[in-house]
Design a protein around this ligand. Structure first.
Ligand SMILES: [Cu+2]
Length: 188
């Protein structure tokens, strides 16, 4: 009898749908993954991360299409974009925050750019790049309406976020294999 109950319980776990899993992970993650950071907002008419975000979005869209070469090109373009950002408008503290994140973005962009043909590896770096872009938006704001999406199955089941300009879910971690897996976590 005990065994029957036990297997019934296991079955229920196995049958948990993608959506239900989302909700659970969402609660866990909103409690742990969002440390309060000092937000240093900058006027939109001065410093802007707009070009970085635009570049990130085209990289993300190439991944949703399983386009490894396009993803690599967008990675290379990101390295160029980062080199052109004018940091003179930032105060000392803001500059430090920006440079910490931007250095990290650059590293991931380089790896993504160098790994055309290895989309799995590009996606590994995209997990971390997405966190950085999320931090940049949290710190410097966005003029464009953006969504923070979450896929519970990405990053080997640990779950990962990405930023999107569209409300519809188009999953960059799985592409055509599981394009609509995930959910909008919040509007940015
Ligand atoms: Cu790498």
């Amino acid at each position: 009898m005990k065994n029957i109950i036990l297997s019934a319980v296991i079955m229920v776990f196995v049958l948990v749908s993608c959506n239900q899993k989302n909700k659970q992970e969402e609660t866990v993650n909103s409690a742990t993954n969002e440390p309060e950071t000092t937000t240093v907002k900058v006027n939109s008419n001065s410093f802007s991360i707009k070009e970085i975000v635009t570049n990130y979005l085209s990289l993300k869209n190439a991944l949703t299409k399983d386009d490894s070469n396009g993803t690599a090109d967008a990675g290379k373009a990101m390295v160029e974009t980062l080199g052109k950002i004018d940091m003179k408008k930032l105060s000392g503290e803001q500059m430090k925050t920006y440079m910490d994140i931007a250095d990290d973005v650059k590293e991931h962009a380089e790896h993504i750019g160098d790994n055309a043909g290895n989309i799995a590896h590009q996606r590994e770096h995209f997990v971390l790049m997405s966190k950085d872009i999320n931090d940049l938006i949290k710190t410097f704001g966005t003029e464009q309406k953006l969504y923070q999406d979450f896929c519970p199955m990405a990053d080997e089941g640990k779950g990962a976020i990405w930023i999107s300009e569209v409300k519809d879910i188009k999953n960059p971690y799985f592409g055509s294999e599981m394009l609509t897996c995930g959910s909008v976590r919040k509007e940015l």
